[in-house]
Structures are given as C-alpha cells and as structure tokens.
Design a protein around this ligand. Structure first.
Ligand code: AMP
Length: 113
C-alpha cells in the first residue's frame, strides 16, 4: 500500500529498529514505547486490521503469533507479556496496517479499558 506507514517500514523507506523478520512477518520496536519492551509485530501482507484478517492466509496469520512467542523468548519476557491489537476507531487504532503490540518488561495493571 503506497501511503501506509508500516508498508514504508517494510520497504525500508522509513527506518525501524528491527527485532525479527521471516517470510511473513516483520517486528520492530515501537517509536513511543509504553513499556520497557514494546514491539510491533506486523504481517508483511498489507491488511488494515484484524477485521480484514480473512484476506491473510492461515499461515500468514499464524506466523504473527509464532513470531510473538519467539520474540518474547528472545527478549527474556519469561515473567509474562501482553499482546494487544487495536482494531478500528473505538480502539484508537492509529496505523491502518494490522499490528500486534507486544508489551512486557515490568508489572502491568490487571485491567484495561
Ligand atoms: P495503534 O495506535 O494501535 O495503531 O499503534 C500504532 C503504533 O505505532 C503506536 O504505538 C506508535 O507509537 C507506533 N508508531 C508510529 N510510527 C512509528 C514508527 N515510525 N516506528 C515505530 N513505531 C511507530
């Protein structure tokens, strides 16, 4: 997608602090971290949000979750982590390319919302 921020990161047109890449997935550190570890995991195939995930293959979607697990292991998040995907305006999604926030590194509040 021509004007998509995360597609530009994928193409290397915008720099990122990459932590993981495979054929289906890219992961990089969030530019404005909300936790000691805050990583964004995105499918390379552009879809705007989880609401459009039917446009991904099962392998592409599963690759995101497998990557999250692998990154959490490499980032030493054995004490736990949280995975969030904001979907649409009610959830305040600001970048319309599906992404999973991987958050960890310190104790989080029990509830969200
Ligand atoms: P969301 O609000 O769920 O759409 O999350 C978008 C996330 O992208 C936010 O946490 C931003 O801090 C992050 N972000 C925006 N621009 C960049 C960038 N150039 N590199 C890394 N993270 C970014």
């Amino acid at each position: 997608m021509e004007n998509c921020l995360f597609c530009k990161i994928l193409k290397g047109e915008i720099p990122s602090d990459k932590v993981y890449e495979d054929e289906n997935v890219l992961a990089f550190r969030d530019i404005a971290p909300q936790m000691p570890t805050h990583i964004l995991v995105i499918p390379k195939q552009h879809v705007s949000s989880l609401a459009e995930a039917d446009q991904l293959t099962d392998a592409q979607l599963a690759a995101c979750l497998r990557a999250i697990r692998e990154i959490a292991r490499k980032e030493n998040l054995a004490e736990g982590y949280r995975v969030i995907t904001n979907c649409g305006p009610h959830a305040c999604q600001s970048v319309p390319h599906l992404h999973f926030h991987l958050l960890g590194g310190s104790q989080m509040a029990e509830r969200m919302g």
